[in-house]
Design a protein around this ligand. Sequence first.
Ligand SMILES: Nc1ncnc2c1ncn2[C@@H]1O[C@H](COP(=O)(O)OP(=O)(O)OP(=O)(O)O)[C@@H](O)[C@H]1O
Ligand SMILES: [Mg+2]
Length: 414
Amino acid sequence: MDNKRIVVGLDIGTSKIDVVIGEVSENYEVRIVGVGTSPSDGLRKGVVVNIDATVKSVQKAIEEAELMAGIDVKEVYVGVAGKHIKSLTARGIVAVTSRGNEITHADVRRVIEQASTINLPTDREIVHVIPQGYAVDDQTGIKDPVGMNGVRLEGDVHIVTANTSSIQNIYKSVERAGIKVADVVLQPLAASYAVLEKDERELGVAVLDIGGGTSDLAIFVDDSIRYTNCLDLGGENVTNDVAMGISTPKERAEEIKRKWGACKITSLMHDEFVTVPGVGGREDKQVAKEFLAKIVRARMAEIFQLVAKDIQRTKLKEKLGAGIVMTGGCAMISGATELAEEIFKMPVKIGQPRKTSGLTDTVGTPLHATGLGLVLYGVEKLKQEEIEFGPGGSKAQGFLDSVKKFVTSLKNYI
Ligand SMILES: Nc1ncnc2c1ncn2[C@@H]1O[C@H](COP(=O)(O)OP(=O)(O)OP(=O)(O)O)[C@@H](O)[C@H]1O
Ligand SMILES: [Mg+2]
């Protein structure tokens, strides 16, 4: 492991804490060497509401992953989501001042900085500033303007902002577990690193991560990120509906939902029953699978319809040539892709994590897409820093801090 670097993703989800440890080779190939998962009970709708409970679950998941990998985790990339996340697009314009009007890295940095100078209320902060594309004089649609000649450089950026206290609570929960936060990353952006292919991002695609507490969306067109949003509905709502519908405690409803829940109603279901234990001394009862499927389908349909409306509002729907890639635990509900296709009226598939070796079977499910994506995001960041400053140079030059706000040029996916 001598020349290998370690990059760790920590997905603090509403249902579970997920830790993925990646070992990075000299040419930035990633081998997954440790995975740890622990149920989380300190979160509501993607946001930390109980720090002590979150610290305990984080520690548990980290220990499990450390044991598997045989290393100590020191630093992690952490995911953030929740309704408090907002995104917008902004534009910066600068004059190219170098001799010969050749655009340099410094000009690009200036234009991004200018675009990201936005007025924010004191309780909000910037999580990401992601370059979308540039224009040089009147020529638009440029991905990398460095080396081009021109007098005016324009840059569009996608800015993601979050509630400051929510971010601080993430830092607190991780640091109290004895670990440093390398960076905070928007969860659907992280998931996109794990499940999207470059050609999908070029063609136009949306990542939809339906977890326990939230449904998170990220839209890519022409290989750049165009829109992000987090809805506060998810699998927990489905579980609650099942619990209410068949009068059973949530834990049992969760189990029944995972085992028998479906978004598709088939004629066979009519005559098939699930035994539900009675509560408060009542007798066990038989619930028709069709009834169960109707409950699950109704809530999943509501989530898809809200997301579909959101996509419609962005006016990007017609550009999603590669359709929708679904991740998160709810992607695993039987018939979810078919129902989604019906509602979105476009192709929908389940995202398959990619480009890694090692424990690929373990992380190769929609449940680990964000955790794995956080590792791949971290590796991409490491790569960009080393290309610009040489191995280890980034930290020595304090680059990490300055770059925190505008890393990820998505064209450089690994
Ligand atoms: N095999 C399965 N079949 C159906 N549903 C499942 C399955 N596994 C998990 N789920 C559901 O997925 C949800 C959890 O998904 P996930 O682990 O992606 O959420 P999370 O990341 O913890 O939460 P969030 O991202 O919303 O904060 C739960 O509601 C759970 O019931
Ligand atoms: Mg999640």
